[in-house]
Design a protein around this ligand. Structure first.
Ligand SMILES: *Cc1c(COP(=O)(O)O)cnc(C)c1O
Length: 459
């Protein structure tokens, strides 16, 4: 009988995070200031982020110690379980072995507190009194509210207006942890006011909310800004996920042939991927593991976007970053997977994709919910809409194995539960979900505009 649930002792919570920067196949292209056209010195980022986080952002060290205070908080829900999807395998009649690492057991219900707690901790140490951030569907906002609550700090969350009204329960969760939450665009920032003057009914986007949260932080001495994905230090903090998964796979004497995860900004998947990538580059991996990043066809940054320099936010307050992008003025279709609606992607993941090390694939939300429903009816856990996209990819791979007879070991990240996404499931169940496919022409058009803005950029 294969064991279904593989758990670790508290002592097995990793003591260090793994930083991929020294092991990338090429150096990461630097951030560029569009005015000077020069690389941004890391110290410039200290205007928005805590110093320690800026240091981690460009770390040359492979292993970074996790403060005991942060590990102490991790104990609330870590180590997280790893499951063998015995019932799903049976339903698919596949010879493949499917495992998933489940991050939905954290209090906010996703992987995001792995970094929220670390970021709140370092900010508290450096005397920050209030943290600002953006949130889409509310996963990141709730993780940060949770982190700030634990270290007795205030938090201000700019929530994309469409979600603020459609998904009130995440807001209530944030407020219960003590956060103040505003629908974005809001009247609280210059940029928010400007957008509202142009379009009083603007439903918002992550790019707009980021601009508001950054503006709030840079105009208030006591506040700093935080990000929930994309940047190196966030991905770094997520590597507890992959390190635990390695130990768990060892316990069942198995090793993945394929790793799968959904990507919005790329943090959860990188948290799983980086430690396995390190196994590979350091010659420790017993197999030549493939890596597959899965996104939504409604926000297909990697599969349809351009790999070029662009801004991470709509107001162009954040310097230019080399990444796969749909353009910084991208307003996403209103799909339910709020976490997959960002226009850009983590620069490290983009580099690995450009080098052919990480493959990518996109699915629409109907395909994703169909897969999530099969998963719920076999494994019991109800996934968030974002990892539902990864589940779809896993099912496709497992069905391929059925044809070829390959006994592949597949490991995917179930990065959150879907308990706040019942409207999405209801819409799917009643056949009301449109598939959404973001057109290539629209990507080309925003890239033309980016080119006009910065004709000096190399393409
Ligand atoms: C935020 C979020 C995502 C997308 O962000 P990544 O940085 O790509 O992980 C995916 N799934 C869940 C459950 C999320 O909360």
């Amino acid at each position: 009988m294969a064991s279904r649930k593989i758990i670790l002792d508290e002592e097995e919570i990793p003591k260090q995070w793994y930083c991929i920067l020294p092991d990338l196949p090429k150096p990461l292209p630097p951030m560029i200031n569009p005015k000077t056209r020069e690389p941004v010195p890391p110290q410039a980022l200290e205007a928005v982020f805590a110093k320690e986080l800026v240091k981690q952002e460009t770390s040359k060290e492979r292993w970074i110690s996790i403060p005991e205070e942060v590990r102490e908080v991790y104990r609330l829900w870590r180590p997280t379980p790893l499951y063998r999807a015995v019932s799903l395998e049976k339903a698919l009649k596949t010879p493949a072995k499917i495992y998933y690492k489940y991050e939905g057991v954290s209090p906010p219900g996703s992987h995001k507190p792995n970094t929220a707690v670390a970021q709140a901790y370092y900010n508290m140490k450096e005397g920050t009194q209030r943290l600002t951030t953006e949130t889409g569907a509310g996963q990141w906002g709730s993780a940060l509210s949770f982190g700030c609550m634990l270290f007795e700090m205030k938090s201000t969350i700019y929530m994309v207006r469409a979600s603020y009204h459609q998904k009130p329960y995440r807001r209530v969760m944030m407020e219960t942890w003590g956060a103040e939450v505003f629908p974005s665009p809001s009247e609280r920032t210059k940029f928010g006011k400007k957008i509202l003057e142009e379009d009083p009914n603007c439903s918002g986007s992550l790019g707009i909310s980021i601009s508001e949260a950054v503006e709030d932080a840079v105009t208030h001495e006591e506040a700093k800004y935080t990000l929930g994905s994309v940047v190196n230090h966030v991905l770094l903090h997520q590597t507890v996920v992959g390190q635990e998964a390695q130990k768990q796979m060892e316990l069942v004497d198995d090793y993945p042939d394929l790793l799968v995860g959904c990507v919005g900004g790329g943090s959860s998947f990188s948290g799983l991927l980086w430690p396995f990538y390190y196994d590979k580059v350091s010659g420790k991996a017993p197999k030549d593991t493939d890596f597959l990043a899965v996104e939504s066809t409604a926000a297909p940054s990697v599969t349809k976007g351009y790999y070029t320099y662009d801004h991470g936010d709509s107001a162009r307050m954040i310097p230019l970053v080399k990444m796969h992008t749909l353009g910084h003025m991208f307003i996403p279709p209103p799909i339910h997977a709020g976490g997959l609606r960002y226009h850009g992607m983590a620069p490290t993941l983009c580099l690995l994709n450009a080098e052919g090390i990480v493959k990518s694939k996109a699915y629409n939300q109907i395909e994703a919910f169909e897969a999530a429903t099969l998963f719920t009816r076999t494994e019991g856990i109800l996934p968030a809409p974002e990892p539902a996209h990864a589940i779809k990819a896993v099912i496709d791979e497992a069905l391929k194995c059925k044809e070829t007879g390959e006994e592949k070991t597949i490991l995917f990240l179930l990065c959150g539960h879907g308990h706040f996404d019942m409207q999405a499931y209801d819409d799917y169940n009643s056949g009301k979900l449109p598939p959404y496919e973001y057109p290539k022409e629209k990507v080309d058009e925003s890239m033309r505009r980016l080119k006009e803005l910065y004709p000096w950029l190399e393409w």
